[in-house]
Design a protein around this ligand. Structure first.
Ligand code: NAP
Length: 466
């Protein structure tokens, strides 16, 4: 019998899966080629499994390619390490294959002993205020996808003709958005952003950015390094009101236990005390304001904010003191949210698949042959490296269940790629992905850049030779 104790009880922090006790080679499908999917694959490989990694997009790497900002090449360079895993002879990349439409989860059971879903959190959390859906009010998810050349993002989705922009939220994504809005376009011209994205930033009319958090500086979820970078890279006067940095009792206690929050406060206090150097733009970093209405008739004209205080639990509550801020573009950067995958249980409130250490649960009972990793398992938190431990934990559960997985006897003989091609699916293999990379490098050479993103799906498939 497989050991069904939670993996956390069976494994130390750096759990290293051991080869399957049954000695059988497991054949696993991993759905999603972001860090969570690839780190899970890496751990499964160490135990001798063979793995097919599916992605609905023609390109691998998930949010490393389509989430990490273009001016963060060092973070993006993790793709070199992830590629080493994908280069392993026991791994295949099957891109441009959407599970649910090209092939169902149930059909995967004919080909694999188990399926690990690592599809991330594809949509945004809602603000829940009037006016949220007005033209000009967008999710950071959409803006980030656009500037990263995501094939689902229309090239003309953003023209950046707003003079004043409000970014709502105090997380690292909000920092990315605010920074890119204020960076000199020449900095972006050194990155791999697609031509239409660079052109929009070069024409940008943005002169004011308001980065607004509902709680205080102690509760901001910025990583200190990213916050400091904001001040160092923007062509903007960073404006912070010292009064908004004042701490209440709850925040003072929080600060004592959080070195990151203390470092953030140091950076913010420094900015608040600096005389503005008189740059092209103004970047207002604000704390303690609840967005209560996105204003406008046909499109966004501003946001009504309500001054907030923290209650005893640290929740932001309104005080009845309102302020209207002009803005023609509102970027809601209040976190991601998972979307259900047909055939898998899903908790709509939390946006994750119910699970125990990666084993999918339905009504509290494990669902045979189904596992999850990454944001769809634990919610949209943590940095890229967090997924290594997460994926290793999920792989350890798969391997602990190996005896049960290999006795199912449902695995058919036909190859899944043949089946997909017979359905007209243009499967992007690792070799075809390499061809896309070369085509992007060639495009870059023409413009004196290392590489330029190919954004639309048809051109990606053409570059892949399909
Ligand atoms: P996040 O870190 O969860 O931040 C979400 C922010 O939205 C919080 O400040 C939250 O405030 C605020 N918020 C939520 N609901 C709100 C509402 N109704 N009204 C106003 N504000 C609201 O999410 P994220 O920025 O999307 O980042 C997702 C994950 O990716 C994080 O783990 C992040 O660190 C990571 N990431 C890392 C990097 C990097 O390392 N360079 C870059 C990008 C993303 P409360 O705290 O009050 O809830």
């Amino acid at each position: 019998m497989p050991d069904r104790r939670p993996c956390s009880q069976r494994a130390a922090d750096n759990v290293q899966p051991s080869p399957c006790q049954s000695g059988a080679v497991l054949r696993i499908a991993v759905v999603g080629s972001g860090p969570a999917g690839i780190y899970t694959t890496e751990a499964l490989l160490r135990a001798g499994s063979t793995v097919d990694v599916f992605d609905r997009l023609p390109c691998p790497f998930g949010l490393v390619r389509y989430g990490v900002a273009p001016d963060h090449p060092k973070i993006r360079s993790i793709t070199a390490t992830l590629s080493q895993v994908m280069d392993h002879p026991a791994v295949r990349f099957l891109g441009n294959v959407e599970i649910g439409s090209a092939i169902t989860l149930e059909e995967l059971d004919d080909h694999y002993d188990a399926v690990v879903v690592a599809c991330g959190a594809a949509t945004d959390r809602r603000l829940g205020v009037p006016g949220e859906d007005l033209p000009g009010s967008v999710s950071a998810t959409d803006f980030v996808a656009w500037y990263n050349g995501h094939p689902d993002a229309p090239p003309d989705a953003f023209s950046l003709d707003a003079r004043s922009v409000m970014v709502i939220g105090n997380g690292n994504v909000a920092l990315d958005v605010a920074r890119l809005m204020c960076r000199p376009p020449a900095d972006l011209a050194r990155t791999d952003v697609a031509g239409h994205v660079l052109a929009a930033f070069e024409r940008s009319a943005v002169r004011e950015v308001h980065l607004v958090g509902r709680r205080g500086p102690a509760q901001a979820r910025f990583t200190p390094k990213e916050l400091r970078e904001l001040g160092e890279t923007v062509d903007a006067d960073v404006v912070v009101d010292l009064a908004e940095l004042e701490l209440d009792e709850v925040s003072r206690r929080l600060l004592e236990s959080s070195p990151a929050a203390r470092r953030n406060l140091e950076v913010l206090t420094d900015w608040a005390q600096r005389p503005p150097p008189g740059r092209l733009r103004r970047l207002y970093v604000r704390f303690g304001w609840l967005p209560v209405q996105v204003q406008g008739a046909d499109s966004v004209t501003g946001v009504r904010l309500e001054r907030a205080r923290l209650d005893a639990t640290g929740t932001a509550v309104g005080t009845g003191d309102y302020q209207d801020v002009e803005a023609q573009l509102v970027v809601r950067s209040v976190g991601y949210h998972g979307v259900p995958l047909p055939g898998l249980p899903f908790d709509r409130r939390t946006g994750v698949v119910p699970n125990a250490d990666g084993r999918v649960l339905d009504g509290g009972a494990p669902v045979p042959r189904r596992y999850v990793a990454g944001w769809i398992k634990r919610g949209p938190t943590g940095v890229i490296g967090t997924n290594r431990r997460d994926g290793t934990q999920t792989a350890a559960c798969v391997l602990a269940d190996a005896a049960e997985l290999t006795t199912g006897g449902q695995r058919g003989g036909s190859d899944v790629v043949e089946l997909l091609r017979s359905r007209g699916v243009q499967v992007v293999t690792w070799d075809s992905w390499t061809a896309i990379g070369l085509a992007e490098a060639a495009l870059g050479q023409l413009r004196g850049r290392e590489s330029i993103r190919i954004a639309d799906r048809r051109s990606l498939l053409a570059a892949a030779g399909l």
